[in-house]
Design a protein around this ligand. Structure first.
Ligand code: HEM
Length: 502
């Protein structure tokens, strides 16, 4: 009944909430002294009350252009942009990036930044940040098990490619993003939950949709005044329904695992086993285990799929690189087979993906942190408590002092850099102030070792089994931007056929 009344009047309340939101944030940031504290930081766009909202809207619509303009104007200092709810301090200066990396959680908090941007308390639930027990599992247990898991992942990749992109004699056009997402979710879930659930189309679709719902709900709630968030969340969020749907798939499996544990059967080596072993009493409930598994899917699927889609666009734009990659992969396979040791020998393949990530990171903003207390960077920039800081990734990835001819796609760049400078690491999993796609420092992506193996296995399988090219030869499909996030072209197609060329 209540829901019906609310639903009937939903359009108008949403407009009202929009107006209230703008006023709320303007008052909070301009008339309570918050803006004055940041007067000393150069501003991109407008700083005055209400006009700053126009700049904020421009930033949401043109995140990349705004940050690029800031970098051009202030390449070595900190600048600020209005982000509706707050001022965002940005920098491309490697010295300050290093300071952000080193700052402890009680000074610049990554957890608060994630909570804020995804509105974790409403979407994934507060326990995901207050009890992040999945992070050491992903970082340590999953990474340690990789040698054992690689044969399973490649088995799933081979079958998934066969189902999603069956090799054909003639060129066949394939829509890239949707299909890479299907392959990545299957391959990842093979070691998250195992067979047969990792092939269940409903379960896979649900996890893909869950990510979209969490991000959308989080974005809307973030710009809503704090006091209105609970009611708006109740009105708009699909997340609780998705979790219920997830339980239908996962609870029977969880219960079967519990029964098997009681009879001391051998435990499968997978994420569900590690989660069930690592969860405290509260986190061991059916709902919380389901939510944790969906949270790991959230972190893993879109990130890896978009990276793979970009990689595929580059390979199809420059099919001349198929041959050197094939030589390297076939050499490694003849010595080591499909194994972690084999993957470690595929250094050009590693460099190819890392170069794609350098040019096409997930977005233009990284390492966001919220100041837990007043802080000062070494260049004198004062960061008041509550302010969000972040790194303009382009400054690092396009730094010509580090990357020769940075605009050029040079797929074997990192192999050459390794030969020139053996003191530094240039593997896909290595992070540095010049390589920020996985973040950098204590919060750098814990899943990057798994992601790198999975991406390398998918690309190696594709390279040895298919020829690829673009209909429009040499013209890489353009990216799409959603605020500061980069999305590989969602509609572009690549031509595939069974490998004919040596
Ligand atoms: C190409 C694929 C991936 C990319 C580009 C990526 C990127 C990132 C980035 C940029 C962060 C935030 C780092 C920071 O704030 O400094 C992150 C965090 C995280 N990633 Fe990944 N990721 C990928 C794949 C994965 C996979 C496969 C998993 C799980 C198996 C995973 C699990 C996580 C988790 C749990 C966090 C949160 C860590 C924390 O808060 O300390 N990621 N990832």
């Amino acid at each position: 009944m209540l829901q019906d009344i609310v639903q009937a009047g939903l359009d108008r309340p949403i407009l009202s909430i929009g107006v209230i939101s703008v006023c709320y944030w303007v008052v909070l940031y301009h008339f309570t002294g918050e803006t004055r504290k940041l007067q000393h930081v150069p501003t991109l766009g407008h700083q005055a009350p209400f006009l700053s909202v126009i700049s904020a809207i421009y930033f949401v619509l043109n995140g990349q252009k705004t940050i690029a303009a800031g970098l051009k104007k202030w390449p070595n200092s900190v600048f600020k942009v209005s982000d509706i709810t707050n001022w965002l301090l940005l920098t491309g200066n490697p010295k300050i990036v290093e300071e952000i990396r080193k700052a402890p959680e009680n000074v610049l908090s990554s957890m608060i930044a994630i909570d804020e941007s995804l509105q974790v308390n409403y979407t994934l639930g507060e326990n995901v940040s207050s009890k992040p027990y999945h992070i050491p599992i992903v970082r340590a247990q999953l990474t340690r098990a990789l040698p054992e898991l690689v044969p399973e992942v490649i088995d799933e990749i081979q079958q998934a490619f066969g189902d999603v992109i069956p090799p054909t004699e003639d060129w066949t056009s394939v829509k890239v993003l949707d299909n890479t997402m299907k392959i990545v979710s299957r391959a990842s879930n093979r070691i998250f939950v195992g067979l047969p659930l990792c092939r269940n189309p409903d379960y896979l679709k649900l996890n893909i949709q869950f990510t979209i719902d969490v991000v959308q709900t989080g974005a809307i709630l973030r710009i809503t005044p704090v006091f209105l968030r609970p009611i708006l969340n109740y009105l708009i969020s699909n997340v609780p329904d998705r979790i219920k749907a997830g339980m239908k798939h996962l609870v029977p499996l969880i219960q079967a695992r519990r029964a098997a544990n009681e009879s001391h059967a051998a435990k499968p080596v997978d994420m569900l086993t590690w989660l069930m072993d690592g969860a405290d009493e509260e986190e061991s409930s059916d709902r919380n285990l389901t939510l944790r598994m969906m949270t790991i899917n959230f972190a893993a699927i879109h990130t890896s799929s978009t990276t793979f889609a970009h990689t595929l666009y580059y390979l199809a734009t420059y099919p001349k690189y198929l041959r050197p990659l094939r030589e390297e992969i076939e050499d490694a396979l003849s010595e080591e087979g499909w194994s972690k040791a084999g993957l470690d020998r595929m250094v050009s393949l590693d460099s190819f993906i890392k170069e794609v990530q350098r040019l096409r990171p997930l977005g233009c903003l990284g390492m966001t942190r919220v100041a837990v207390r007043d802080h000062k960077f070494s260049d004198g920039t004062f960061v008041p408590r509550g302010t969000t800081v972040g790194v303009a990734i382009e400054a690092a990835h396009m730094n010509s002092a580090v990357y020769e001819d940075p605009e050029t796609f040079d797929p074997f760049r990192f192999v050459k850099m390794k030969e020139r400078d053996t003191s530094k690491k240039f593997d896909i999993v290595s992070t540095s102030c010049d390589s920020l796609v996985f973040g950098h420092g204590i919060h750098a992506c814990p899943g990057r070792y798994f992601a790198a193996s999975e991406l390398k296995l998918m690309l190696a399988h594709l390279v040895v089994n298919y020829d690829v090219r673009l209909e429009n030869e040499g013209v890489r499909p353009a990216d799409m931007w959603v605020a500061t996030s980069r999305v590989p072209n969602p509609t572009a197609e690549v031509l595939f056929r069974k490998r004919k060329v040596a």
